[in-house]
Design a protein around this ligand. Structure first.
Ligand code: UFG
Length: 344
């Protein structure tokens, strides 16, 4: 079976993708510098799949270390490149960190690929490239808007770097995946989202508030032009998202499309407001989430949800989990984490 390099493979989306790859019989090498993840994630992956993937503690910014890794694992056939910094606010304060981490790592991989005869790369992009779309649901043809943060800019530039590289050299094949908002955890609750410090994202804040780690959730704004005034997003189960990566990798390996680059939206096609998420979470878990409405968060998009038709038709993939199941999985994971912390 083919060997796949997963950079950022101990991270949130990365770890769920590693599980799906192993379940489908792929061999996996993880490269991660553990800057925003924990080595124990490997135990979770092993518990779920019965297999412990190879792991190399490498920062993808380090060209020499990556080169050595490719020398060691000579039969890698494709790369899924997750490794990146992803906190929007932090990127505003530390733009150079973001440009270095997110762009240098991609450039290193693209430079090393032909040297090590690896043609295929799946790239983690984001719906952030669309900004506030003029037309909803948003398709892959929607114009790219000026990025609202250095983080968002790194995703736009990353896509451009891949396009330019492929234009210059037809050796490569790439699939760019634009994620909407991944939430939830593996149904076994062995792996999930592990935010460092105070969570920036909605769902970890909701689950941490529900379990009592945080006093109150702040809802950023109820005066948007939406039915209940709070922002709308397309929340997708992380396992659904992970499965799309397996399909993308297979498509590249089999050269199914005959195209060198393809871009897909990965979302459910359904928009939910912040208040709807809170209500659904409370209904599914029977746990109250104390919250208060506060002012808008700078840089927030009012509403965005995907048109996933292209991914549905071309990849034969659909986000199949319900939001209820997704929220339940996030809650199981939070409870599991609390149990582990207690017993430590
Ligand atoms: N929100 C709150 N309170 C919180 C956290 C979030 O009300 O404590 C709201 C936000 O205002 C927003 C929604 O919940 O309306 C979702 O916010 P997230 O931070 O979870 O997600 P974003 O849509 O802002 O950002 C996410 C990723 C980014 C990515 C972006 C677009 O975090 O990495 O989607 O793809 F760039």
């Amino acid at each position: 079976m083919s060997k796949i390099l997963v950079t950022g493979g101990t991270g949130y989306i990365g770890s769920h993708t590693v599980v799906e790859l192993i379940n489908e019989g792929f061999e996996v090498v993880i490269v991660d510098n553990l800057s925003n993840s924990n080595i124990e994630v490997l135990n979770g992956i092993e518990k779920i799949t019965g297999i412990r993937p190879d792991f190399e503690n490498i920062d993808c910014v380090d060209y020499v270390a990556l080169d050595r890794m490719f020398e060691k694992y000579r039969d890698i056939e494709a790369i899924i490149h997750f490794a990146a910094s992803k906190a929007v606010g932090e990127s505003v304060d530390k733009p150079l960190l973001y440009y270095r981490n997110n762009l240098v790592s991609l450039i290193n991989l693209l430079q090393l690929m032909p040297i090590h005869k690896i043609k295929n790369i799946v790239f983690s992009s984001s719906c952030t490239v669309y900004g506030q779309p003029d037309i909803l649901p948003v398709t892959e043809e929607a114009p790219i808007k000026v990025a609202l943060s250095p983080y968002g800019n790194t995703k736009q530039i990353g896509e451009e770097i891949i396009r330019d590289t492929i234009n210059a050299n037809p050796f490569y094949s790439s699939i760019i995946l634009r994620y909407f908002n991944p939430i939830g955890a593996h149904p076994t609750a062995e792996i999930g989202e592990l935010p460092n410090g105070v969570p920036n994202n909605l769902l970890p804040f909701v689950t941490q508030t529900a379990i009592g780690l945080r006093k109150q959730l702040q809802v950023f704004g109820n005066d948007y032009n939406t039915p209940d005034g709070s922002c709308i997003r397309d929340y997708i189960h992380v396992v659904d998202l992970a499965k799309a990566h397996v399909i993308a990798v297979r498509r590249l390996l089999d050269n199914e499309s005959g195209k060198q680059i393809e871009t897909f939206n990965l979302g459910t096609g359904r928009g939910l407001s912040v208040l709807e998420i809170i209500r659904s979470f409370e209904k599914v878990t029977h746990v109250k989430v104390p919250y208060k409405i506060v002012g808008r968060r700078v840089g927030d998009i009012e509403k965005v949800w995907a048109d996933p038709a292209f991914a549905n038709n071309i990849l034969g993939w659909t986000a199949s989990e319900t939001v209820e199941e997704t929220l339940r999985s996030a809650w199981q994971w939070e409870k599991n984490l609390a149990k582990r912390t207690k017993s430590e």
